[in-house]
Write a protein of this length. Structure first.
Length: 437
């Protein structure tokens, strides 16, 4: 009898995580691709928009970055609302809201209108990423989470792979009704978010015990696994909202994420213009194609690195090493003498920046309970994403002063190196070293 039960559990151990994976991850992946295209397509719009709206480099950097101020202010409240209303309803609301704002951005006539709508886009999207991370912890065990998070966050580089050619193709070949190419691009790329919101409300399942697409035995096994997964454990604390936000370790991780976001999003928003400056004869569509190459490599690298982190059951070194690689590559871009070398270094930098993400997001769950980790992740993402404002804006300021965006990348390299040092010292702490051993 016991052997039969053990055999059934072995079968469920193999089949249920796979079934859950294919039900949840591709759908969440698609939503995140839509999310990142809608927030990052301003980088491609800039190839036409800056001249039409008379935006300086500094003004464009401000427009790109102000998104994260709205994100910062509403991130934690959004995650609290998600816990109250449930992932299905709240994530659907987020998608519908940002789809509407994205479409409205296509009709801006002044820099101020662009600033307002970019801020509102951040407000609308706030809570999406930490909400999905929390949602994944309801369905996947800690030993699977780095790989699962990596496959979900692979949507970021994939969004650039798809977004570059699609955005520039629309800009060059779609026109009419008095709207220029960049306006059509923003309008068309806002529609999938609205469709995604409708699909989320109809298709997403809040908890394992509600999964009608699992058999009764599969639901029971997964529910039991998740109860065990989230049972109180030594070293994991349950904190109130304010205590979780102000916990010293949470704030420390938020500073690391701030420095990381400066580098990651600074490169992301300015990459099309950097490529254009290095290859002045390339068309808008060719710039989009060239800019996708680093993201193809980064996608593969981040998944392999995160899987290695799961296999080794180690998080801190797998968080630190990619930051070191990224900082060295960003610093070396200024020495590049041609487009190929520069794109190669950007590829190394982006691979490191994306490989960092999944091991990093596994860290809060190592010292906080699930409910507290949900608030902590929102706080870290919220505070850290201010780097998404600072990075693009500072590159704009530095480019305005020096005439080159490359000098700004060197500044981001320094910030990324600081993030590496902070993770390294955290690993040297007794708790982290014990975990690694």
């Amino acid at each position: 009898m016991q052997s039969a039960i053990a055999s059934e559990n072995e079968i469920l151990e193999r089949t249920v995580p796979r079934k859950v994976f294919w039900r949840i991850i591709p759908f969440c992946f698609a939503l995140y691709v839509i999310s990142y295209i809608d927030r990052a397509n301003i980088g491609y719009a800039a190839l036409q928009m800056n001249a039409e709206l008379a935006l300086s480099s500094q003004a464009f950097g401000f427009a790109a970055g102000i998104f994260f101020l709205g994100y910062f202010l509403f991130e934690v409240p959004s995650n609290v609302a998600l816990l109250r209303f449930g992932p299905r309803k709240w994530i659907a609301r987020i998608l519908l809201s940002w789809g509407v704002v994205s479409i409205l951005t296509a009709f801006v006539q002044t820099a101020l209108q662009l600033y307002v709508l970019r801020f509102l886009l951040g407000v609308a999207e706030a809570g999406f990423f930490p909400g999905i991370i929390l949602y994944l912890t309801l369905w996947f065990r800690s030993k699977e989470q780095a790989t699962v998070i990596a496959l979900f966050t692979a949507a970021i580089p994939v969004s650039y792979i798809l977004g570059g050619p699609i955005s520039t193709l629309i800009m060059e070949h779609v026109s009419g009704l008095g709207l220029s190419g960049w306006r059509w691009m923003l309008l068309i790329e806002g529609i999938p978010a609205i469709l995604g919101g409708i699909a989320t409300y109809k298709l997403l399942t809040d908890r394992p015990d509600q999964a009608t697409w699992l058999t009764e035995s599969e639901r029971a096994w997964l529910a039991a696994e998740m109860v065990a997964e989230h049972a109180p454990a030594a070293g994991r604390r349950t904190l109130g909202t304010l205590a979780a936000i102000t916990h010293p370790k949470v704030l420390y991780l938020a500073i690391i994420y701030f420095a990381y976001q400066c580098g990651s999003l600074g490169v992301g928003y300015w990459l099309p213009q950097i490529v254009k400056s290095l290859s002045t004869e390339a068309s808008t569509f060719e710039v989009g194609l060239i800019a996708t190459t680093p993201y193809v490599v980064a996608t593969i690298g981040m998944v392999l690195w995160s899987r290695h982190s799961d296999v080794k059951r180690e998080r801190y070194l797998h968080t630190a090493v990619p930051l070191l690689a990224a900082s060295l590559a960003l610093g070396a871009i200024g020495l590049a003498t041609n487009t190929a070398v520069a794109v190669g270094l950007i590829t190394v930098a982006l691979t490191g920046l994306y490989a960092f993400k999944a091991p990093f997001w596994a860290l809060p769950g190592m010292f906080l309970s699930r409910s507290s980790a949900a608030i902590a992740i929102a706080a870290i993402n919220s505070i850290g994403n201010l780097g998404g404002f600072a990075g693009p804006y500072l590159i704009g300021v530095i480019k305005e002063a020096t005439g080159s965006a490359i000098a700004g990348l060197i500044f981001l390299a320094v910030l990324t190196f600081i993030a590496f040092v902070m993770v390294w010292f955290e690993w040297l702490g007794s708790d982290a070293r014990a975990e690694a051993e």
